[in-house]
Design a protein around this ligand. Structure first.
Ligand SMILES: Cc1ncc(C[n+]2csc(CCOP(=O)(O)OP(=O)(O)O)c2C)c(N)n1
Ligand SMILES: [Mg+2]
Length: 749
């Protein structure tokens, strides 16, 4: 049963009078709490001054939130527990050990800003040594990262050997630290509880009983929108009370002692492994939302005065005096020390150097491991014909087994085998997504009542049975959560290889895929990274796939710096590129064409457990001298047919290039071929306009203009959706005939 307690300031005061401690806080710790709270407030004030003097460029304060956030910092262990705070958590970060100078470095955008090297706005915390994980400006995305982080704590505890360093892949560069009972903290505002990702996170945390403290800092407003407009009934505690396994408290977050008591109980609940905690703290927002906002436009004076009466700074001062912990002189002295320290920090920070423009691309990708390098270029294992490994002739059964093993397999088979071999090799790999498990009700498997599913396309079939339900499991239908949890797991050093069931349904995860996963390393100036693999079933030509099971859209992701995008056209490439994706140190979107999963085209024997293809290397599928055709995915076999026909019928020789890897892509291969043929077509399955081909065509026109004897052409889908009726589907997607005609026309230009 969930528990719900409420603030007990009256009871605490009684206890104090009886000589007891304040929810476990000593008098010295209370003074320390005030020092942190006051430092936080004065640092906001200093930043506001600096902004007005145009010495910094943005300001958002933690004012009014100091009591509960300091309490959280004191109730948890710095550098041991994990933290996903939001921008109001200045006092939390100070309590964990971040210095005012470090915070000011971010405000001025200095090179030495430990959170981002001058890349992020102030109050976007990230301190590697304190386990404060880099945050973005998006409200709510951090909650799913925190879920993944809490899951990682549990995984490391049950798979301690997986944390060992290994060479030859991303593990060489990923330090893993865990204690077994660490707790993860995530905070958010009242308005942010309206985000779907909040509810996805609550659901996962409750269901998995994760050691995760949610702190809701409810200041009654989300910029100008009051809480009763955000939240049905105006109180988030009431709405979430049905989630199982939680410890719930709703408190006055302007009272540090009450806050500390609540946070301590919340942390204890998590540390004991009982489940997550939810602290709903009512706080105030005495300054406007940020310096870009003027709250007088939507809040009358009377309301602002009511808040001011609860200001945690003045309340704490009065509390310290009332309890005889500090007198007025003591308070003044403490405040002077803080003010002097801040003045010195401000003086120092104004001369801090900024990063040079040459660094702007640093940390988009791993500086340690280059997936385009020779280290990822290995040979396929060779089949040794008729002889056994001992050199003797095989028996007929041995021969049959040998032939079966070396028979050409589908892309689906080789992806499945590659995943299996990588899971065997690397215990840090976890897989989840919709329907990826064999069977969530394990007893059906163990009692051999069912065979198991393993993905709607069966790409993960048998992996749960082979590696266990904590390594391969089903997720709720919550795509943001699939990607967001993967980010949190990857930050902790695990290697999530997750599946998005259909590309058509990737959109709920778009915020995570655009603003989080590919940005972690860059925005933290290399302090954090989230290398993981997002496998996505993509594409049409399904004869009945229609609008919502046929989409492409790869250019949306190649347009995002920081994300590797791979799109194989055949079984062998899929195996080699997937292995590189898993072993490399960057986030990879691995696009698997549904139509190619079981196609006869491009089958191959399994190339062995170490076969890798480097990213950014195209393959010439059909050599030629007359026209270069640049393509990938399911257009490769179609373009090949067209090229073969043209050669047969008209002796036109097409050079067909399969890019395989879309970001990075092999410009050298394109340029070499176009310089030879002087004619180029970019062919792709997605809609024509604004597609992947636009960039390639533009670059050819730009850099190879003198080599061209004809305009650069594109062959692609019509600018509409893919229809269900096969006649319409054929008319919409690029067909062999379309490719044939375009190639012929260009060759004859
Ligand atoms: C996804 C997203 N939508 C909108 C914004 C713009 N925005 C920034 S803060 C904010 C209000 C957040 O309110 P709340 O969660 O209550 O936090 P508070 O600022 O009040 O502490 C909004 C709408 C954003 N940063 N991210
Ligand atoms: Mg708010």
């Amino acid at each position: 049963m969930p528990t719900r307690t409420h603030g007990k300031s009256g009871a605490v005061a009684e206890a104090n009078k009886a000589g007891k401690s304040y929810e476990g806080l000593s008098r010295q710790r209370l003074i320390e709490a005030y020092r942190l709270m006051y430092t936080s407030r004065r640092l906001d004030d200093r930043e506001i001054m600096l902004k007005r003097q145009q010495k910094i460029f943005f300001q958002i304060s933690g004012a009014g939130h100091e009591a509960v956030t300091v309490a959280a910092g004191l109730a948890m262990k710095s550098g041991y527990d994990w933290f996903f705070p939001y921008y109001r958590d200045r006092a939390l970060c100070l309590a964990l050990g971040a210095t005012p100078y470090e915070m000011l470095l971010q405000a001025v955008g200095a090179a030495d800003d430990p959170s981002s090297g001058g890349r992020q706005m102030p109050s976007h915390w990230g301190y590697k040594r304190l386990n404060v994980v880099t945050q973005s400006s998006c409200t709510g995305t951090q909650i799913l990262h925190a879920v993944g982080c809490a899951e990682a704590s549990r995984y490391w505890t049950s798979h301690p050997d997986a944390a060992r360093k290994a060479t030859g892949d991303y593990r060489e560069f990923k330090d893993v630290e865990f204690h077994g009972d660490e707790v993860t903290y995530v905070s958010l505002g009242d308005g942010t509880t309206s985000e779907g990702e909040f509810w996805e996170a609550m659901n996962a945390a409750a269901n998995l009983r994760l050691p995760l403290v949610f702190l809701i800092e409810d200041n009654g407003y989300a910029i100008s929108v009051p809480v009763e407009v955000q939240t049905a009934g105006g109180n988030i505690s009431r709405l979430v009370s049905g989630f199982p396994n939680f410890h719930f408290e709703e408190i006055d977050g302007t009272d540090p002692v009450v806050s500390y008591g609540a946070l301590s109980r919340a942390v204890a609940h998590c540390r004991a492994g009982i489940g997550p905690s939810f602290i709903h703290a009512h706080v105030i927002r005495p300054y406007s939302h940020s310096l870009s906002d003027d709250e007088k436009l939507y809040r009358p004076d009377i309301e602002r005065q009511r808040d001011a009466a609860r200001d945690p700074i003045s309340r704490m001062q009065m509390f310290l005096i009332r309890e005889g912990i500090l007198d007025e002189k003591g308070i003044n002295q403490l405040e002077k020390e803080v003010d002097d320290g801040l003045q010195a920090a401000v003086d120092q920070v104004l001369t801090a150097p900024v990063s040079t423009p040459e660094t702007i691309k640093q940390y988009l990708y791993s500086p340690d491991l280059d997936p385009t390098s020779a280290a990822f270029d290995t040979h396929a294992a060779q089949s040794n014909g008729g002889a056994s490994t001992t050199g003797e002739a095989r028996s007929s059964t041995e021969q049959a087994a040998h032939e079966k093993k070396h028979a050409p397999k589908t892309m689906a088979d080789l992806i499945n085998t590659t995943l299996r071999d990588e899971m065997k090799r690397d215990e840090r790999i976890v897989m989840f997504g919709e329907d990826v498990a064999d069977c969530s009700r394990e007893e059906y498997l163990s009692q051999k009542m069912v065979k198991g599913k393993g993905g709607v396309f069966k790409l993960t079939a048998g992996l749960q049975c082979d590696f266990g339900s904590d390594r391969v499991f089903n997720s709720p239908i919550a795509e943001a959560s699939i990607v967001g949890r993967a980010v949190g797991l990857a930050v902790r050093g695990l290697k999530p290889v997750v599946e998005i069931q259909f590309f058509d349904y990737i959109w709920p995860a778009m915020m995570q895929l655009r603003n989080e996963l590919p940005v972690m390393r860059w925005r933290s100036n290399g302090a954090f990274s989230a290398p993981c693999v997002i496998r996505v079933a993509i594409g049409g030509y399904l004869t009945g796939g229609a609008i919502y099971h046929s989409q492409c859209g790869e250019s949306i992701f190649t347009h995002t710096p920081g994300m590797r995008v791979i799109f194989p056209s055949n079984a062998l490439d899929a195996a080699g590129l997937l292995r590189t994706a898993i072993r490399c140190d960057d986030p990879v979107m691995f696009l698997e064409h549904k139509r190619l999963y079981r196609e006869t085209f491009g089958r191959a024997p399994y190339p062995g457990a170490d076969y890798m293809i480097p990213f950014g290397k195209a393959k010439v599928v059909h050599p030629g001298t007359d026209v270069t055709v640049i393509t990938y995915g399911a257009v490769v076999p179609r373009a090949l047919q067209a090229a073969q026909r043209l050669e047969r019928e008209h002796a036109i020789k097409i050079e067909l290039i399969d890019l395989r890897s879309l970001n990075p892509y092999d410009w050298d291969a394109i340029a070499t071929s176009v310089q030879k043929t002087s004619r180029a077509i970019v062919a792709y399955e997605d809609t024509l306009s604004w597609g992947y081909g636009a960039e390639i065509a533009a670059r050819i026109a730009d850099e190879l203009f003198e080599h061209l004897d004809a305009p650069v052409k594109r062959v692609a889908a019509k600018d509409t959706f893919v229809a269900y009726q096969p006649v319409l589907e054929s008319a919409i997607l690029p067909q062999v005939q379309d490719l044939y005609l375009a190639m012929k026309e260009l060759a004859e230009y």
